[in-house]
Unconditional design. Structure first.
Length: 290
């Protein structure tokens, strides 16, 4: 398929998916938690499929269940003071029990020739990567704002829009200017010129949100802080993209799956966001936005 045809499929899918995603994020609460849980499980499944290509058979049932549980647990800590107090005391013990369950499962289901260390590692990685990192979207959305909130939704969409603009600007910048490769052994199509264009494109989003979007919903963030957030996210999102490309390169595939038209799989669509979402939550916290 040509790049232009693939771009058309990406745009067509986005015209449907973005309004749906915006509606779910605006509502928040249980629908958003379910979306994150399903996306996490689908991403974990793709991770396990990549691992299987190099001979590592993860504990699929355990890994999928663990990944899907992380968003509901994160939301419960935000929504219920009682659960939050219990979790603050119990989480180290719960994590230890979970890790022992993982290792016990590996012991019972895999022989020494089945790469048990890799099995444990990829099962744990999938839960952390596709379940825990996206769950940071929930404190962005719900630390200060209840369900059905445009302010909370737009706080979520600012880093998402920065990432989408960065990705698009990087693609067109790389096609237009070419030049030295950014990471030739990991993603041969990416160039330094594209990366620079992505950074510039991502930062351009900051004054637009600062002047026209956030003030309309009562969010006041200095422009310089938005610019810093956008610049950091534009860089770290490209690192996240390359990290996912590294996994695919090891597995010898171009896309993590063919689930999403024009986008590949969940990992392909969330690659940058796995890094961007927790980074945005941290920066919002540092600047007192949440």
């Amino acid at each position: 398929m040509s790049m232009d045809a693939n771009l058309a499929r990406r745009v067509g899918f986005a015209l449907i998916a973005i309004p749906v995603a915006l509606g779910i994020v605006w509502y928040g609460g249980v629908p958003l938690v379910l979306l994150l849980a399903v996306a996490g499980a689908l991403g974990a499944r793709e991770m396990f499929d990549l691992a299987a290509r190099v001979g590592v058979r993860a504990l699929r049932g355990f890994g999928l269940a663990s990944t899907a549980a992380l968003a509901p647990l994160a939301y419960a800590t935000l929504a219920s003071p009682e659960f939050r107090a219990t979790a603050a005391r119990a989480w180290p013990y719960a994590l230890a029990v979970w890790l022992m369950a993982l290792l016990s499962g590996v012991l019972g289901a895999r022989s020494p020739t089945d790469k048990p260390m890799s099995v444990a590692g990829v099962t744990l990685l999938a839960a952390a990567y596709t379940g825990a990192l996206p769950a940071f979207l929930l404190p962005i959305r719900h630390t200060q704002f209840p369900v059905r909130s445009w302010a909370g939704a737009l706080l979520v969409f600012f880093p998402l829009v920065v990432t989408w603009v960065c990705d698009t600007a990087a693609m067109f910048g790389g096609r237009t200017f070419g030049g030295r490769k950014l990471a030739p052994t990991v993603s041969p199509g990416k160039t330094w010129s594209g990366s620079t264009a992505g950074l510039v494109g991502g930062v351009v989003v900051a004054p637009l949100f600062g002047a026209f979007v956030f003030p309309r919903v009562g969010i006041e963030v200095p422009l310089w802080q938005l610019a810093v957030i956008a610049a950091v996210l534009s860089v770290i999102g490209q690192v996240g993209d390359l990290a996912e490309s590294l996994f695919k390169r090891e597995a010898g595939v171009k896309d993590s799956s063919h689930l999403i038209p024009g986008h590949g799989g969940v990992l392909d669509r969330f690659d940058s966001l796995y890094f961007v979402i927790p980074a945005a939550a941290a920066l919002y916290h540092i600047f007192g936005v949440i």
